[in-house]
Design a binder for this molecule. Structure first.
Ligand SMILES: NC(=O)C1=CN([C@@H]2O[C@H](COP(=O)(O)OP(=O)(O)OC[C@H]3O[C@@H](n4cnc5c(N)ncnc54)[C@H](OP(=O)(O)O)[C@@H]3O)[C@@H](O)[C@H]2O)C=CC1
Ligand SMILES: CCCCC/C=C\CC(=O)/C=C/C=C/C=C\[C@@H](O)CCCC(=O)O
Length: 282
C-alpha cells in the first residue's frame, strides 16, 4: 500500500497488530498464559520487552476479561478498529438522536461499527459499500436504514435520495466523499478516518473542490488518528463490550487461515473481499 510505504522500509517486518499468547515470560506484568494485543507486525512469534510501540497505543496490552467472546475481537470490535469507530464518531461527529449519519466503508471493521453506534444513539443510518451482499448484512442484520452500492448504483442520485446528512464518517476519501459533502445539512460534521480509495494511487489525484459545501453549509471537518484517545482506551473497549453483551452491537470477522496466506488476505481486504474485520489465524 503506497500511502503506508514510507513507514515500511524494504527488509523490515510489515506492520500489523496481533493477538498473542505469552508462552514464556520474565516480566511479572505479562505472565505466561495471558493473551495480549501487540503491534508486532507480520510475525509468528515475538520477543518483547513489554514496552509501548511507536504508535503510542498501550501496546502491548493484556486483553481484559471478555467472558466467552473470542480473543480475536481484541483486533476488531474490542480493539483498535472498535475504538476508532467509538471515539471517531462520538467525539468528532457528536451525533444526536434523529440526525442522519452516513458512513463509507460501511461493511468493514470500522464502518459497520460506526453505523451501529449511530443507531444506538437514535440516528438514521446510511451505509455505503461495494456489494449488495454487504448491503443486505448492513440493513437486515445490523439495522442500517439504507444502503448504497457505490460500485453499482447511480451514486449521486442515491446519495441525494437519502440526504441531507448531519454527520459523515469518512473511511474512503476521494470522489465519493466530495459528493457526500455536497449533500450535508447546515452545521454538518465530518469525521475523516481514512482514505482507502487513494492508498494505492501512483499519482496525486485532482480533487473536487469541497470548500463550497464547507463554507455555505458551515460544516466542520476534522481528521483523527485513534491514538488521540489512548488515555481513554479501555473506556472504548468496555463500552463496546457492554453493547455486544446487551445484543446492541454485532460483528463479523473474515478469517483467513495460515501465516503463508497473510499477503493474499491483505490484498483481498484492499479489494473489498472482507466483511467486518479481516483476521489471519496463524
Ligand atoms: N484514523 C484512524 O485512526 C484509523 C483509520 N482507519 C481507516 O479506516 C478505514 C476503514 O478501515 P477498516 O475498517 O480497518 O477496513 P475495512 O475492514 O473497511 O476494509 C477495507 C474496505 O475498504 C473498502 N474499499 C477498498 N477500496 C475502496 C475504494 N476505492 N472505495 C471505497 N471503498 C473501498 C472495501 O470494501 P467495499 O467492498 O465496500 O469496497 C474494503 O473491504 C480505512 O481507510 C483505514 O485506513 C482504520 C483504523 C484507524
Ligand atoms: C502513514 C500514512 C498512512 C495513510 C493512512 C492513514 C491513516 C488511516 C489509518 O489507517 C490509521 C490507522 C491507525 C492505526 C492505529 C494504530 C495502529 O498503528 C496500532 C494498533 C495497535 C492495536 O492495539 O491494535
Amino acid at each position: 500500500m503506497r500511502a503506508y510505504a514510507p513507514r515500511v522500509k524494504t527488509g523490515k517486518t510489515f506492520m500489523g497488530s496481533q493477538v498473542a499468547k505469552i508462552v514464556e515470560s520474565k516480566n511479572s506484568k505479562f505472565p505466561e498464559g495471558t493473551y495480549i494485543v501487540g503491534e508486532y507486525g507480520w510475525k509468528t512469534h515475538t520477543i518483547s520487552n513489554g514496552k509501548g510501540t511507536v504508535s503510542g497505543l498501550p501496546s502491548a496490552w493484556i486483553i481484559p476479561d471478555i467472558g466467552n467472546l473470542p480473543h480475536s475481537l481484541a483486533l476488531g470490535v474490542l480493539g483498535m478498529p472498535g475504538n476508532t469507530a467509538y471515539f471517531g464518531l462520538l467525539e468528532l461527529c457528536q451525533p444526536k438522536a434523529g440526525e442522519t449519519v452516513i458512513v463509507t466503508g460501511a461493511a468493514g471493521a470500522v464502518g459497520s461499527h460506526v453505523g451501529q453506534i449511530a443507531k444506538i444513539k437514535g440516528c438514521r443510518t446510511v451505509g455505503v459499500a461495494g456489494s449488495d451482499e454487504k448491503g443486505k448484512w448492513l440493513v437486515d442484520e445490523l439495522g442500517f436504514d439504507h444502503f448504497i452500492n457505490y460500485k453499482k448504483d447511480d451514486l449521486r442520485s442515491k446519495i441525494k435520495e437519502f440526504a441531507p446528512y448531519d454527520c459523515y464518517f469518512d473511511n474512503v476519501g476521494g470522489e465519493i466523499s466530495s459528493m457526500i459533502m455536497a449533500y450535508m445539512s447546515l452545521y454538518g460534521r465530518i469525521s475523516v478516518c481514512g482514505a482507502i480509495s487513494g492508498y494505492n494511487d501512483t499519482t496525486v489525484p485532482k480533487a473536487t473542490i469541497v470548500q463550497y459545501p464547507l463554507l455555505f453549509n458551515q460544516l466542520r471537518m476534522e481528521g483523527f488518528v485513534v491514538q488521540r484517545w489512548v488515555d481513554r482506551w479501555f473506556e472504548g473497549v468496555e463500552q463496546n463490550k457492554k453493547w455486544i453483551n446487551e445484543g446492541k452491537l454485532k460483528y463479523k470477522e473474515t478469517v483467513t487461515h495460515g501465516f503463508e496466506n497473510m499477503y493474499a488476505a491483505f490484498a483481498d481486504m484492499l479489494r473489498g473481499g472482507n466483511t467486518g474485520k479481516a483476521i489471519v489465524k496463524v
